[in-house]
Design a protein around this ligand. Structure first.
Ligand SMILES: Nc1ncnc2c1ncn2[C@@H]1O[C@H](COP(=O)(O)OP(=O)(O)OP(=O)(O)O)[C@@H](O)[C@H]1O
Ligand SMILES: [Mg+2]
Length: 248
């Protein structure tokens, strides 16, 4: 059982008030997507959950235990992939497991193969493109043993086709393991495709503007329902919430 609770979190940087009283939770095995304007504080919120920053007020609870400001409780993929330049790709993706004292090289190898990185296992990050680095960082987050994963725009550097493949791949892995996920994206379709629930943040200072339960049955098959009335209904609704205007 994993349950994470964000309780009335506020954070400012000097004069800039970034997060204001943010409260929401993520239940065991739930896939929650965070949508919000650029600069609203999404990455800041992730850094708070990961214990890299301290909030000015509020608490973060993991299974009712206060983890505010402590590291190592969640698996976190930052917005810019921070691979260690002196380690090969294989050594990088196994980092989270290594810290916890358990290594599963075969699973790592399979995941790298699936992500099109089979030829780069022994390469160093500087030899990879931006999108490849992002995929490797993403695999590292998935392989980390913590049951709760925070992904900050993991597919933003990928082209449309690779993005679709990675989304489907992520869902197939997630449907097997059902880890709790908090995922940031700017892309409305991606949010609807992946989420059980979408949380919309307002402009800075960010508050929780709205939550939507996305009631599609899993497994979701994007190609089939992306043009369905139901999908378009949700797309319009969320677009309106974000942009404050109707779309035809
Ligand atoms: N360490 C810091 N020191 C000072 N200001 C910061 C710091 N980190 C973030 N900020 C400010 O906090 C605000 C929110 O930044 P954040 O990176 O959380 O936004 P975001 O929602 O992730 O944006 P994007 O969608 O563009 O990634 C910005 O105004 C940013 O300048
Ligand atoms: Mg960000």
């Amino acid at each position: 059982m994993n349950h994470i609770k964000i309780e009335e979190i506020s954070k400012s940087f000097g004069e800039t008030e970034v997060l204001q009283n943010i409260t929401f939770d993520i239940k065991d095995g739930e896939f929650v997507v965070l949508l919000g304007p650029s600069g609203s504080g999404k990455s800041t919120l992730f850094q708070l959950i990961g214990g890299l920053l301290q909030p000015d007020s509020g608490r973060i609870l993991l299974n009712d235990q206060d983890i505010t400001g402590t590291k190592g409780n969640i698996s976190y993929m930052p917005q810019s992939p921070s691979l260690l330049p002196w380690r090969t790709i294989m050594e990088n993706v196994l980092l989270g497991q290594e810290i916890k004292g358990k290594k599963d090289t075969q699973v790592a190898k399979d995941m790298l193969d699936k992500a099109g990185l089979e030829e780069f296992k022994t390469s160093y990050p500087s030899q990879l493109s931006g999108g490849m680095k992002q995929r490797a960082a993403f695999i590292r987050a998935l392989l980390s043993p913590q049951p709760f994963i925070c992904l900050d725009e993991p597919f933003s550097a990928l082209d449309e086709l690779t993005r679709y493949e990675m989304q489907s791949w992520l869902l197939s892995i997630w449907e097997e393991n059902k880890q709790s996920v908090l995922f940031v994206t700017h892309n409305i379709e991606e949010a609807i495709f992946l989420a059980d629930r979408i949380i919309i943040l307002s402009e800075r200072p960010a508050t929780v503007q709205k939550e939507f339960d996305i009631p599609f049955k899993r497994p979701k098959k994007k190609k089939k329902w992306i043009l369905s009335d139901e999908f378009l209904f949700w797309k319009r609704k969320i677009y309106k919430e974000l942009e404050g205007e109707e779309v035809i």
